[in-house]
Design a protein. Structure first.
Length: 296
């Protein structure tokens, strides 16, 4: 047999053997079960798409993780920070205690484009009303007033916030101010840590009421003028929704801590690093609906 004929036969044999190996591998793969990552009740592929940088959803009673995406990624969380401000305040203050708003509180909030509750210097408000000013319109002026009064002084209060975070098991969290604005870097946290905070906040009757309120008005008295605040959380009003807090800075993107009760289950979630304000609410509602359906 000529050399060229021998080469042709050899190549033909190699092609046949390779095809058999490929076919065998394909059959083995078809027979093997799928190994896609799953959530406790359903494949991740069944869950809604989450385009933000990080997300976390859990059952508050059982601690069961219902959804997780980069849950331990450290990121700035913007005004979700104010949930810790509110929680830390009520560890030492009564809702009926009173705080006088100062010019420094108003001046601080006016810098850097922070959200404000339009507090007026000289007004004396209850802690509860200041919590509404903090959580509904996300007032940096209210955050500064509360931190200044209960540090006493903002630096001492921020230290208390960090101590509280450690006690709650929020080990990937660092606060540098009481409002989440990017002053001094803005601090950082994770979706998982912020879900722990949201659970603690909702376990407090006063804070749950505040975080779940869509509108709050304060009538004028001899101690203060009138105020009216609207919650920035567009999920409120949907069945079972409890709050919790919105946020935005350029560094953090759009953020949201949210919760709802379905069939006796309290679901708590956090979205971080969204690039579209409206989509964070749509995604949160989709996650809540998906988890509630999946639980049945």
């Amino acid at each position: 047999m000529r050399l060229t004929d021998r080469l042709s036969h050899a190549l033909l044999g190699l092609a046949v053997a390779t095809g058999a190996l490929t076919a065998g591998a394909g059959a083995a793969q078809a027979a093997a079960p799928a190994t896609t990552a799953t959530q406790p009740h359903a494949p991740v592929t069944d869950a809604p798409a989450v385009l933000g940088s990080a997300a976390y959803l859990m059952d508050a009673e059982s601690g069961e993780v219902r959804f997780s995406k980069q849950a331990d990624l450290r990121r700035p969380v913007a005004s979700i920070t104010k949930a810790m401000t509110a929680y830390t305040v009520l560890k030492q203050a009564k809702p009926t205690d009173k705080v006088k708003v100062t010019a420094a509180d108003v001046r601080y909030a006016a810098q850097g484009g922070a959200s404000v509750a339009y507090l007026r210097a000289g007004d004396v408000l209850t802690v509860e009303d200041l919590l509404y000013a903090l959580m509904l319109p996300s007032g940096a002026d209210a955050a500064h007033a509360l931190a200044r009064a209960y540090g006493p002084g903002v630096p001492a209060f921020v230290g208390e916030m960090n101590d509280t975070a450690r006690r709650l098991g929020m080990n990937d969290t660092k606060y540098v101010n009481a409002d989440g604005m990017p002053y001094r870097g803005g601090g950082h946290s994770t979706a998982r840590d912020q879900a722990m905070l949201a659970k603690a906040l909702l376990d407090d009757d006063t804070l749950r009421k505040v975080a779940s309120t869509r509108y709050h008005s304060v009538g004028a008295t001899s101690e203060h003028g009138s105020y009216s605040w609207k919650n920035t959380n567009r999920l409120l009003g949907h069945p079972g929704v409890l709050g919790v807090k919105t946020g935005y800075t350029r560094a953090a993107g759009y953020t949201l801590a949210f919760a709802a009760e379905h069939d006796g289950h309290r679901l708590i979630g956090v979205l971080l690093g969204e690039t579209d304000s409206g989509r964070r609410f749509d995604t949160a509602q989709a996650l809540l609906d998906w988890a509630a359906t999946d639980a049945r």
